[in-house]
Design a protein around this ligand. Structure first.
Ligand code: ADP
Length: 186
């Protein structure tokens, strides 16, 4: 099963991706995690990523598509994957389609996890206290939300037009939301 989890910052994509990974026994690929790892290893990519992440901006599409292309070349991803935090722009979605087509493959479903903005801000400020992620401060959160509406939300229409978009209510317990996702995935 090849799945994309879509949702704004703090929608719970990472949490649900970890659960789905266990349930379907397929790898979870988070571009945010990959960038945070690059950052803590101090690589060139990591240094560049830090500038964008801390201001709440997205990294250039070609950098992200390069990372994803490399991942898709791994045998572990041949039979399925859960992408979380990617694609985040229309060009990334088009790039992903191309990368999959050249591999004779395609996405099965895109699951949008929907959560109201007020709740998201609350959740992210709480996460800031617990995890100390440098991009979880009020200013950056507001920028990430605005970037989400401008650049990522249009993906709902993109995938909706292809008939593979499934939306779930992202309010409730982790298990409740997981059940909703399993139900829409059938
Ligand atoms: P969240 O979903 O909580 O906003 P992520 O961990 O998915 O956080 O991403 C954190 C940051 O990493 C983003 O704000 C952005 O700067 C960068 N990033 C992650 N994925 C992408 C992507 N697909 N395209 C561009 N930038 C990305």
């Amino acid at each position: 099963m090849k799945i994309v989890l879509l949702g704004g910052p703090g929608a719970g994509k990472g949490t649900q991706a970890a659960k789905l990974k266990q349930h379907y026994e397929i790898p979870h690929v988070s571009t945010g995690e990959i960038l945070r790892e690059a950052r803590s290893s101090g690589t060139d990519l990591g240094k560049k990523a830090a500038e964008y992440m801390d201001s709440g901006k997205l990294l250039p599409d070609d950098i992200i598509l390069g990372i994803v292309d490399e991942r898709l070349g791994m045998p572990a991803l041949e039979n399925g994957f859960i992408f979380d935090g990617f694609p985040r722009t229309i060009p990334q979605a088009e790039g992903l389609d191309e990368l999959l087509v050249t591999r004779g493959s395609a996405l099965d479903a895109v699951v949008s996890i929907d959560v109201p903005d007020e709740i998201v801000v609350e959740r992210l400020l709480k996460r800031a206290e617990i995890e100390g992620r440098p991009d979880d401060n009020r200013e950056t959160i507001e920028e990430r939300l605005s970037v989400y509406y401008k650049q990522t939300e249009p993906l709902k229409e993109y995938y909706g037009a292809r008939g593979i978009l499934k939306s779930v209510d992202g309010l409730g317990t982790v298990e409740e939301i997981l059940d909703r996702i399993k139900t829409v995935l059938g």
